[in-house]
Design a protein around this ligand. Structure first.
Ligand code: ADP
Length: 260
């Protein structure tokens, strides 16, 4: 086991992640779990596992980010998700561009300079439409596993345009369409389209400078990737572990601050 030189913890609305990096900032360890209501207990468990695997963590710098970062504890420095995502994705690609992050309950678009600095950003954390929750709710109502949702949507070229963009209304609309015999894949395609339209509107407010990069759990959905490419006309480049970008950036910022 290589020694751990810094840790990044990203407490999102849906998942909790911890990433450990070595002296060179390479990701050497991580855990990703569903977020628990008791953040402190979950973080404590993460840190216990880290010390069991790597030895005592005294002096290992920690940065916490995400929606629940304030609950992480005294020893961790808090940094915004915008800064951590920017740092994480810049480490991966070493260039500027436009990062779209679609998480469980928020989505953001960040314009990143060629030097890896934040130029501008837009964030939606007020409405579930335009976030992973929009797809997740419907997937569970339709009993389609989340991991299959994108493939199902791509299994047809027919697309049913939904009239509701609100998550709650879209869910009932989808149920009623199924009852009227509209094929599931074309409804799912329409559902993905509704989310993509929200994201595209956010991209327009920030502007798109290629390359277009995608992070967050929803980046694992192939229909989202394809439809976002269609909607923007830009090819997407994907980090190796899109859901860990924030925690990875947090660990790097911890390491760099410590080395100053
Ligand atoms: P947060 O950081 O806001 O807690 P994440 O970036 O972890 O959120 O993303 C969680 C979202 O990712 C879930 O709402 C879900 O929609 C989506 N997701 C997670 N795993 C998959 C998968 N295998 N395929 C498609 N979507 C996924």
């Amino acid at each position: 086991m290589p020694p751990l030189h810094a840790l990044g913890i990203d407490i999102g609305s849906t998942t909790a992640k911890i990433v450990g990096v070595d002296e060179q900032g390479r990701m050497v360890w991580h855990i990703l779990e569903q977020a628990e209501p008791r953040v402190e207990a979950q973080v404590e468990r993460f840190l216990e596992r880290a010390s069991r695997e790597f030895g005592p963590l005294d002096g290992v710098p920690i940065v916490a980010t995400g929606y629940g970062r304030r609950l992480v504890g005294q020893t961790a420095r808090q940094v915004t998700e915008i800064s951590c995502h920017t740092r994480g994705v810049f480490c991966e690609f070493g260039r500027g561009g436009t990062l779209v992050d679609i998480g469980g309950q928020d989505s953001k678009v960040i314009a990143i300079s060629p030097q890896g600095k934040v130029i501008d950003f837009a964030m939606n954390d007020k409405c579930a439409a335009g976030t992973g929750r929009f797809l997740e709710n419907t997937a569970s109502r339709l009993r389609v596993p989340l991991e299959r949702l994108g493939e199902e949507a791509l299994s047809t070229s027919e697309e049913f345009s939904l009239s509701s963009t609100c998550t709650v209304f879209a869910e009932s609309e989808v149920i009623s369409l199924i009852a009227h015999g509209v094929p599931l894949p074309s409804i799912l395609r329409g559902l993905h389209r509704a989310l993509i339209k929200r994201i595209a509107a956010m991209i327009r407010t920030v502007g798109l400078t290629p390359p277009l990069m995608l992070s967050g759990g929803v980046a694992q959905n192939p229909a989202i990737r394809l439809m976002l490419e269609e909607e923007t006309g830009e090819e997407i480049i994907l980090p190796r572990q899109p859901q860990l970008v924030g925690a990875q950036g947090a660990a790097l910022l911890a390491l760099e601050n410590h080395n100053k």
